[in-house]
Structures are given as C-alpha cells and as structure tokens.
Design a protein around this ligand. Sequence first.
Ligand code: ADP
Length: 163
Amino acid sequence: MARALYPGTFDPITNGHLDIIHRASQLFEAVDVVIAVNVRKASLFSVEERVEMARECTRNLPNVEVLSHAGLMVDCLRKRNAQVLLRGLRAVSDFEYEFQMALMNKKLDARCETMYLMPSEKYTYLASSLVRELAALGGDISEFVPSGVEVRLRDRLKETGNG
Ligand code: ADP
C-alpha cells in the first residue's frame, strides 16, 4: 500500500476520471488527484475551479485529496512522499504518449513508478475535450460528468458565448 498521485489537466473532471479515482482509492492507502498547472495549454476552467470541481466530486472518498502543482510531477511525488504516478489508459492511442512520459519521469527520478488503470469500458471513449465540444454543440453531457460539473460547464459556455 502506498500513496499514488493521479496527475492530469481535468478540464473538467469527467466520470471517466472518477472511475479511475474510485478504483485507485481501493488499491492505495492514499490518492492525490493533482491538477497540473500548464501555462502552455489553454484551459476552459482555471486551476482553482478545476480543484474545486474535483473536490466536490471526491468528497465521499476519505483517502482522496485534491491539489494543484506547477512544475515537474516527479517533484510533486517527492514533496508528497509518494511512490506511484497513476494514469488512465483508454485505448492504444493513449499508449505512445504515456510510454514517453513514463520513461521521461523514470529518467528524472529512478524511483518514480507509473501505473495504469483501465476504466470501465463505458468510459473508454470519454475525454474532457470531447465533453467540452459536445456541450458547446448543445449535446446532452449528463451521462459523462457529475451534475455539478454539468452546471458549471453550461454556465461557462454561456459566458463565453458558446452555450
Ligand atoms: P492530461 O492532459 O494529463 O492527459 P487529462 O485530464 O486529459 O490530463 O487526463 C488525466 C489522466 O486521466 C490521463 O492519464 C488520461 O489518460 C486519463 N483519462 C482521461 N479520461 C479518461 C477516461 N475516460 N477513462 C480513463 N482514463 C481517463
């Protein structure tokens, strides 16, 4: 049993992410959901909003914490005294990028182990980008995100003139 970090953009958190978080919370002593601050990647929600949404959706899981981190994930790993980086694998298309990231993180810190969890098959096609796009086009996203996230997404799209 160890502490695992689950890093990502989470823009916004989806039921696919939550599937992985639930599985991880049963496998690890503690799970930190880490919202990565990435200045080069434009996001619909601010880091604070993404942290808030993730906290709201994981309130019922006592061994899950949500935090944000700017910088290298291996530094966050050390700071949190964690051993494992957790990522979700949906399809083969995820593999190449994940392989590259895992090897780079290992190079940066030999103690860093990346582990992968697969979500329930009903979430294998789900991605935050797809949910944002679907919502902007007026599609029903209620199956894909928790209701609080759905409300925030609709409000944000209205604000930006896309809703
Ligand atoms: P990133 O920009 O780091 O890929 P994401 O928020 O898109 O951040 O995803 C964070 C992690 O969650 C990644 O490992 C991604 O593969 C995984 N993930 C995203 N959506 C799903 C899903 N529907 N099912 C399982 N894992 C997912």
